[in-house]
Design a protein around this ligand. Structure first.
Ligand code: KIV
Ligand code: ZN
Length: 523
């Protein structure tokens, strides 16, 4: 990557910062490290690993990701004050290639929050960017809400940041308000008017509130931006951020009209998409571009006929280009450990011997109940692996009695800190009865925010993947489980969410969603 390579678009992934900031998408420390490793592997140029001042947990994750990084630049976020910037540097300095990203809201609405005049804010920008540049050679500066900032003022502050040493200037569309032509024009205007603009890289950071994030990012590239900020699956607050897989594949497939390159190995897209969906608890919609379950499915007769004659009739990219292998019946209960390892490796999972042993046991249990095991079943199995060390609650048995006249009844046994307890609870349906049983065995105040069921494959013996999101005192957590029995999957997902909540309670730090530090505060 060099500033002279004018057709190279740098991919800046913020799944672990802007994505993780989405209420309910909180990831554990290990999950963050795993996702960072996958991003590094797929050729992401810059990983925004977190917001180090936000919590001890964020600081630790960014530091560790920085230590482990191989090729990617590791970036941390900091508000426009010396304390944030120093803390950010402490975390990213371990990386071979560190970056500090500092920002302040520059639109009239955002200037009102710290109550700074235009001149006072200009001084703050100069001082904080200079401070960051004294610590680190690679400094990114963002005028938050740039697309609603007065153009004259935007030019003025961008020039100040460049003079103070910023090497990348990011132009965020914080509230997803801009449209493609405007997005291109704004970057073009800055490139043409700001002294020093040719010395730095302009970045685009779009939110998807009007469904235009991908189009706006690509238009910004037409206007002169050479860094796109994005997240896997478009994860992010509200309607999310620009989806990495969409901009990368658009540039790859339509190189004829958008002659730009990225360094992404697109065959790694499906695997990381599945992992981010699993660890964030945010399932990918079936008809989502590139990574949705139906993105490469051709069901209508006309389509199928055309596909059989020539796949280009209806396909503009090959499933293999995004790492999608055909969903075959993989194995049954007679399949061995070596075959399972090899199949999982094909699906992108590298397993140690102990992990393989654990997955093999669960695979056999599943094979006893389900004749045909598909790739998606294995992915679900992998994505719902639990960590017995951190589990204070564990379901030992569940029996639900259903009748047309209700109420339904759930008889449950559960280990609570190693002690087995049992209860019988009723409810309005089998899932309600089951959740009431969990509440009776382990009293808590957490509120159920989301209960979602997806069939992993087709057929009446299909596994159900269940996601449960709970909220307690501003902490939001998601638990997931898969089982051929939807009610058992529901119970396990609920219990998994509770285990995560207990872990979060134990952590002394405040997470993002408790917003002990809001990124809207400046000092
Ligand atoms: O959307 C936004 O403005 C941001 C900034 C912190 C860059 O995420
Ligand atoms: Zn953002």
């Amino acid at each position: 990557m060099s500033n002279t390579d004018k057709d190279r678009v740098v991919i800046f992934d913020t799944t672990l910062r802007d994505g993780e900031q989405s209420p309910g998408a909180t990831m554990s420390h290990e999950e963050k490290l795993e996702i960072a490793g996958l991003l590094d592997d797929m050729g992401v140029d810059i990983i925004e690993a977190g917001f180090p001042i936000a919590s001890e947990g964020d600081f630790r994750a960014v530091s560790e990701i920085a230590k482990n990084a191989r090729d990617s630049v590791i970036c941390g976020l900091a508000r426009a004050n010396f304390g944030d910037i120093d803390r950010c540097w402490e975390a990213v300095k371990h990386a071979k290639k560190p970056r500090i990203h500092t920002f302040i809201g520059t639109s009239e609405l955002h200037r009102a929050i710290p109550n700074l005049t235009m001149d006072e804010m200009a001084v703050r920008i100069h001082d904080t960017v200079s401070h960051a540049r004294n610590l680190c050679d690679n400094v990114q500066w963002s005028p938050m809400d740039a697309t609603r900032t007065e153009e004259d003022y935007l030019c003025r502050v961008v020039e100040i940041a460049i003079k103070a040493g910023a090497t990348t200037i990011n132009i965020p569309d914080t509230v997803g308000y801009t449209a493609p032509t405007e997005s291109a024009d704004l970057i073009r205007m800055l490139v043409n008017n700001v002294p020093g603009a040719d010395e730095i890289i302009f970045a685009t950071h779009c939110h998807n509130d009007l469904g235009m994030a991908t189009a706006n990012s690509l238009a910004a590239v037409e206007g002169g931006a050479r860094q796109i900020e994005c997240t896997i699956n478009g994860l992010g607050e509200r309607a999310g951020n620009t989806a990495l897989e969409e901009v990368v594949m658009a540039l790859k497939v339509r190189g004829d009209i958008m002659p730009y390159r990225t360094g992404i190995d697109t065959t790694k897209i499906m695997n990381i998409s599945r992992r981010v969906a699993a660890v964030s608890g945010f399932a990918v919609q079936f008809n989502k571009a590139i990574v949705g379950k139906n993105a490469f499915a051709h069901e209508s007769g006309i389509h199928q006929d055309g596909m059989l004659k020539n796949s280009e009739t209806f396909e503009i990219m090959r499933p293999e280009d995004v790492g999608l292998t055909e969903t075959n019946i993989v194995m049954g209960k007679h399949s061995g450990r070596a075959a399972l390892r090899s199949k999982l490796e094909n699906l992108g999972f590298e397993l140690g011997d102990n992990q393989l042993k654990d997955v093999f046991v669960r695979f056999k249990e599943l094979a006893d109940r389900k004749k045909e095991i598909f790739d998606d079943d294995l992915v679900a199995l992998m994505n719902t692996a639990s960590d017995p060390e951190s589990e204070r609650l564990k379901l030992t048995s569940l029996c639900v009695v259903c009748g047309t006249d209700g109420p339904q009844e759930a008889v449950m046994r559960m280990l609570v800190d190693g002690v087995e307890k049992s209860t019988t609870a009723t409810g309005d349906g089998p899932v309600d009865a089951t959740f009431n049983a969990v509440k009776a065995l382990f009293a808590h105040e957490a509120r159920l925010q989301l209960y979602q069921v997806h069939a992993v494959t087709e057929g009446t013996d299909a596994q159900a993947t269940v996601s449960v999101r709970l909220e307690e005192e501003g902490r939001t957590v998601t638990g997931q489980s898969a089982d051929t029995d939807t009610v058992v999957a529901s119970a396990k997902a609920y219990i998994s969410a509770l285990n995560r909540l207990l872990m979060r309670r134990e952590q002394t730090d405040v997470g993002y969603d408790t917003k002990g530090v809001s990124y809207k505060d400046v000092s």
